[in-house]
Design a protein around this ligand. Sequence first.
Ligand code: GZL
Length: 312
Amino acid sequence: SATILAACMFGSAHAADLTIGFSQIGSESGWRAAETTLTKQQAEKRGIDLKFADAQQKQENQIKALRSFIAQGVDAILVAPVVATGWDEVLTEAKDADIPVILLDRTVDSSKDLYLTAVTSDLVHEGNVAGKWLVDNVAGKPCNVVELQGTTGSSPAIDRKKGFEEALAGHDNLKIIRSQTGDFTRTKGKEVMESFLKAEDGGKNICALYAHNDDMAVGAIQAIKEAGLKPGKDILVVSIDAVPDIFQAMAAGEANATVELTPNMAGPALDALDAYLKDKKEPPKWIQTESKLYTQADDPQKVYEAKKGLGY
Ligand code: GZL
């Protein structure tokens, strides 16, 4: 782009001159809202002019946003890809325009040479950690599990399901009896959980819920209570993200475990971009963020207080 050309001619590009396009999925969950807040803060801190586009969970809006960023000649693009397929054409257009693209928190099926790097957790590992917690906690007893999947076709929904199933393999006392998408939202999570409860004798036949994110778990907890059951006791609740509200539920004994996902994907992304633009340093194709299990044993009220301010 113009800025990079000028920088190459008159010295290296540094963040203060950069214009970056950010195509965000939407605000379907507390975690997503925090990622948006932190990305804007990280850009502000670096003096970057961030062009923000909210796609309302639609891939076609993300593709439109990327095309608009390319037409504007931005210096780089950040994108959290709502689903894993359908990106080859627009990523090729960005590459042809010499605009580096960084993926945040989800991956795509496109070839790796179509993006600079992907900053994500190990999504399979997250599902594995959640599954292992459940295996250990039911300790051999029969346990029928219901699963609230993330957005259909998204890399977290595919990988978190895979990791969870790997953890349950070989433990025949655990059975996933129902599995459906709740689209990562509280509303849908509650709705689908209501249908699971109705279909399973009012929930008497359900021992545990695995939700691909805390927001769906929080919605499901509401449905479990409205069905007259005790979430966290009658039905164990394990999910992923570690947003403040799941710690409130844990402190009330209504949720059991969550796997932490940092919402600060932009920090590592913008550091890698800076090194690339300044010194042509190619980052690895995957910058992995940490995953940590939290349970009721980790003073959930204290964790809630600590997390509340951090962009959520
Ligand atoms: C996972 C991320 C997921 C979060 C959800 O990396 O893409 O999207 O777990 C969000 O809360 O909707």
